[in-house]
Design a protein around this ligand. Structure first.
Ligand code: WTA
Length: 659
């Protein structure tokens, strides 16, 4: 029995449930349970939601699924997403704050809707001057500064798809993503503040730019004041470029199905996939789910999502969803322990944050640090708290609700993916009775099921594979440049095309309890989830074997109390090279260079051989058992059973590196 199953059973015994607080339910954005029945009429439901946004031309058809699994939403509709996110709010509530930004060193800046629109137009004018136009891809590699959302929106204003690369990725990872998208321009920063030190973003970008022939111009935001190289003719200072531009620019009219952005994510192969999101459906999906799940009340809320805009959570729920709803959001640049471990609670108190959205791994870290840090601050402004990124264990859920939410606030555990673009499974805080650790039910308009190997729905109380049974507006439209891989990865396994039935396979395991609640059980493929970051085992393996000393590598995610999973690597070496601590450090650095620091293995065990089946397949499950120090069952199907005992002994003796 797995750990999560064990916990679920324990919970049923205790029967802990939390209905919505009556005052919350009475005023909630969504307070009628009818909404679920309305969601059954997919096209009508999403069509009505789309009416809340600004369109240049209304759509002729809500959904065209005739080319399934390639969807078209709001067919014939024309819009520019920035008109819903900026212009209409700048017209009706120009002085409302869009972003309260706080730098890690403590500097602050607040930007109103009117100012944000003007800044976006100025950058759009600047980019246009550099030759960026509709359809040109623009890579963005920045820290969490106010210019980051401005950069996304300026691209959107021009109809130029953005491709944001998280600032924690390495030069190699940046170059690969730029080249796959054939980006024409790059927007970056001199550096970023992180834990009191400067991350040299421009230096890393320079390294990447040595082999990115498509890049014609680079725009550099000055953040840390670090000395950086500026290539004449190619590199432009952001402030110089922008300060000479007008603060207006008409938005480019886009088709609903024009590309809004690419976001690269790890899958089950070594090469990251460029997930394709388009304009109309994505905005409808994110704006609607934002309003419903976060009970958005722009006139009184201050919303803070602690993610980085470099991930999908930042795209959907720090930029497009909140802005489409005219919300005031907090953006924080740095880490939660700088200058001390109460930084988050200090921010909540000072800005009067009412809605907080963070990750289970952060919550578990706060638990470890102790309740004295939140206790130093007045958190009574909070009325709703949420989580995303990985399964939340019931203990962390309860701690979050009690210690941060004072036992008062609903907790929304939201399940979704880069591919889904929008939240798919989540409570509605004014309606849903919560169970700690369950993401509860699919949202209105969303279809989800738990199926067995054959694609049959499993009875309540049982586990299986999580599938999505009907199209949704913010769904990915494909993998950039690879339609076959798109069909193969997400749609082949459980669909019955001959019956016209298309079923999306999420890659997650799930269980429904006897009340029909969904419990997410983690990935069932070779994707690891480390602190809520998706990392492919194959990507780390190929980074390791790329090192001259390494012959073969196998990587697994093992359970970790704080980070959810930790990366455990097993490595065989070439020739006479001896595996010692120095080589462990070298290999970890090597992975950091190839992918980024987030992908460094927490432990590396050297072995003379990897355990393989007789047909030569590496037995990852066995390595996971070894890493988690579980009793090893029958290993007789192995070609090399002795190896296993040897590795198990070494793994038990190995140390884990904490970052
Ligand atoms: C996991 C992040 C359990 C899941 C938005 C999914 C979750 C992957 C939850 C997507 C949750 C995300 N409960 N697991 N509430 N939210 N996941 O693309 O395995 O970075 O497939 O998107 O994170 O990660 P991604």
């Amino acid at each position: 029995m797995s750990q999560s199953e064990h916990t679920i059973e324990a919970l049923f015994d205790e029967g802990r449930t939390f209905p919505p607080p009556p005052d919350f339910a009475a005023n909630a954005a969504v307070s009628s349970p009818e909404i679920y029945a309305e969601g059954d009429d997919t096209e009508r439901f999403w069509g009505e939601e789309a009416e809340r946004l600004e369109w240049r031309r209304r759509w002729d058809q809500v959904l065209d699924w005739s080319g399934a699994p390639f969807a078209k939403w709001f067919v014939g509709g024309k819009l520019n997403v920035t008109e819903s996110c900026l212009d209409r709010h700048a017209a009706t509530q120009p002085d409302r704050i869009a972003y309260h930004w706080e730098g890690e060193p403590g500097d602050t800046r607040s930007v109103t809707y009117a100012e944000l629109l003007a800044e976006v137009c100025r950058l759009a004018n600047g980019l246009a001057e550099l030759g960026v136009g509709k359809g040109d891809r623009v890579a963005i590699y920045m820290g969490m500064v106010p210019e980051l959302p401005v950069a996304l929106l300026a691209c959107a204003r021009l109809g130029a798809p953005h491709s944001v690369v998280f600032g924690g990725f390495s030069a190699d990872a940046l170059a690969d993503r730029i080249n796959d998208a054939e980006a024409k321009a790059l927007i970056t920063c001199d550096g970023a503040w992180r834990a009191g030190a400067v991350v040299p973003l421009k230096d890393m970008a320079d390294e990447a730019l040595g082999r990115t022939p498509s890049i014609e111009s680079v725009v550099v935001v000055r953040r840390t004041g670090s000395e950086v190289h500026m290539e004449p003719g190619r590199d432009h200072d952001y402030h110089e470029l922008v300060s000479r531009q007008a603060g207006e620019r008409p938005a480019v009219e886009c088709d609903s199905e024009d590309l809004l952005y690419l976001l690269y994510t790890s899958g089950t192969t070594a090469k990251p996939k460029g997930i394709v999101h388009t304009c109309g459906g994505y905005l409808v999906g994110t704006a609607t789910t934002y309003r419903m799940v976060f009970d958005a009340r722009p006139e009184r809320d201050v919303y803070w999502c602690t993610a980085d805009i470099g991930w999908v959570t930042g795209h959907s729920y720090m930029v497009y969803g909140p802005l489409a709803n005219g919300m005031t959001s907090v953006l924080y640049e740095g880490v939660p322990q700088y200058p001390d471990k109460d930084r988050f609670w200090d921010i909540v108190e000072r800005y009067g944050v009412t809605i907080l959205y963070t990750a289970p791994t952060a919550i578990r870290t706060f638990m470890k640090w102790g309740p004295e840090y939140p206790a130093k601050h007045d958190l009574s402004s909070l009325r709703l708290i949420g989580t995303v990124g990985e399964p939340i264990n019931p203990e962390a859920w309860m701690w979050y609700r009690d210690t941060i939410g004072a036992g008062r606030t609903p907790v929304v555990d939201t399940w979704w993916q880069t591919e889904t673009g929008q939240i798919m499974i989540s409570p509605l805080p004014g309606l849903t009775t919560l169970k700690p650790g369950s993401a509860t039910f699919p949202l209105p308009g969303v279809g989800a099921d738990v199926v067995d190997e054959a694609g049959q729905s499993v009875p309540l109380g049982q586990g299986g594979y999580l599938t999505l049974t009907k199209p949704w507006p913010a769904m990915l439209r494909g993998i950039y440049g690879d339609p076959d891989r798109f069909v193969e990865t997400y749609w082949r396994r459980f669909s019955k095309p001959e019956e016209g039935r298309w079923v999306y396979f999420a890659g997650d395991g799930a269980k429904r309890d006897l009340d029909g609640y969904f419990w997410l059980l983690g990935r069932v493929d070779d994707v690891m989830n480390v602190s809520g970051h998706r990392i492919s085992t194959l990507e780390v393996e190929s980074a390791l074997v790329d090192h001259p000393a390494v012959a073969e590598a196998a990587v697994v995610g093992r359970l970790d109390e704080r980070t959810g999973q930790a990366i455990a690597a097993f490595v065989t070496l070439k020739g006479a090279r001896v595996g010692d601590d120095a080589l462990i450090a070298e290999l970890r650095d090597h992975v950091a260079t190839r992918i980024g620091k987030i992908a460094r293995p927490a432990s590396i065990v050297f072995t003379d051989e990897l355990p393989k089946t007789r047909s030569g397949k590496i037995m990852r499950r066995l390595l996971r058992d070894i890493s988690e120090q579980r009793h090893l069952g029958d290993v007789t199907t192995l070609a090399n059973a002795d190896v296993v005992r040897e590795i198990a002994a070494r793994a038990a003796a190995s140390t884990t590196t904490e970052d």
